[in-house]
Design a binder for this molecule. Structure first.
Ligand code: CUA
Length: 322
């Protein structure tokens, strides 16, 4: 299946089948609306061709209702598609709360996936069938675009920004996963496999892979290793904001602005701290943009999120941005 180019790839989710119905219906409507025009064009070109004796006197009876209806009815039909497709677009933009989160880092030229439990893989994405999965994605370098034809979903993956996608694949199988944005020499090689497994197979796979510690745990080690704890630790002599309960809270910034501390805010505060300084603090934090890669920032954000409350983190990053 992977490797070959399919005009109509198999559909691996309910959403994909809805897209097929939408495209099929829209295609049928376009044919229905344009076919009469072309048929009449040919018929009349034949009937009134040069040299043929035909009645060319102006038409006598105009029918205002007929003429109005052939503008208004197609307009309403097309408008119906606007609402139909908008509803689908909104649904694909809003992941359910119980979705499993997988973090994605794209780089020239590979896809790196980090599961919440700590399992990591490159160019293969394993997911359980029948469970909503949300991808929080960022790029290490240039703009990429994650495209899974079997799911009929595609989303640009941008440097320094979190974008997201979600799906609920329901057909176990192996499907192609591609980069759909020209990203350099080996763009066409940036191909992976999207592997939908039955829930029990997925559990087995994750138990074999999940030897690694969880994302938040890796983030905590990194927090101490790169020196965050030196200033943000409880016993620190440096005056730095406390990070407990930060995720999801509203932060007052220098200059009177406020911002919600979502995944994007935490990312930016680590990479370019002086762009958003917390009110009452000095811009003394060093930028970590050259020290950390996007995978590490995802781990730190997962750790900071776990400090929200006493409950352990699921490793999920808020990709939402107002
Ligand atoms: Cu990555 Cu094209």
């Amino acid at each position: 299946m992977s490797g070959s180019i399919l005009l109509w790839p198999p559909a691996a989710s309910a959403y994909a089948r809805q897209v097929d119905v939408l495209i099929g219906t829209f295609g049928a409507l376009v044919v229905l609306l344009s076919a009469p025009v072309f048929v009449l064009m040919i018929v009349w070109a034949w009937r009134y061709r040069k040299g043929r004796r035909a009645d060319r006197s102006p038409g006598r009876n105009r029918n205002i209702w007929l003429e109005t209806s052939w503008s208004v009815i197609p307009f309403l039909l097309i408008l119906g598609f606007f609402f139909w497709s908008s509803a689908m677009f909104l649904s694909v933009q809003t992941p359910p709360d119980d979705a499993l989160t997988v973090n994605v880092v794209a780089k020239q030229w590979m896809w790196k996936f980090q599961h919440a439990g700590g399992a990591r893989e490159i160019n293969d994405l394993h997911v359980p069938a029948g469970r909503p999965v949300r991808l929080t994605m960022t790029s290490q370098d240039v703009i990429h675009s994650l495209f899974v034809p079997a799911l009929r979903i595609k989303q640009d993956v941008l440097p320094e920004r979190y974008t997201q996608l979600w799906f609920n694949a329901d057909h176990p199988g192996v499907y192609p996963l591609r980069c759909a944005e020209y990203c350099g020499t080996d763009h066409s090689e940036m191909i992976g496999r999207f592997i939908v497994q039955r829930p029990q197979d997925y559990a087995l796979w994750i138990s074999r892979m999940g030897m690694d510690e969880g994302l938040a745990k890796s983030g905590k080690d990194l927090f101490n290793k790169v020196g965050c704890s030196g200033c943000h630790g409880p016993a620190s002599p440096v005056h730095a904001p406390s990070l407990d309960g930060l995720y999801g809270s509203v932060v007052a910034l220098d200059g009177g602005r406020t911002v919600r501390a979502d995944g994007q805010y935490l990312h930016d505060s680590i990479m370019l701290p002086n762009s958003q300084v917390v009110a009452g603090y000095k811009p003394i934090m060093p930028a970590f943009g050259n020290l950390l890669d996007e995978e590490e920032v995802l781990q730190l954000v997962a750790y900071l999120k776990s400090r929200k409350s006493a409950t352990p983190s699921s490793g999920e990053i808020g990709g939402e941005r107002p």
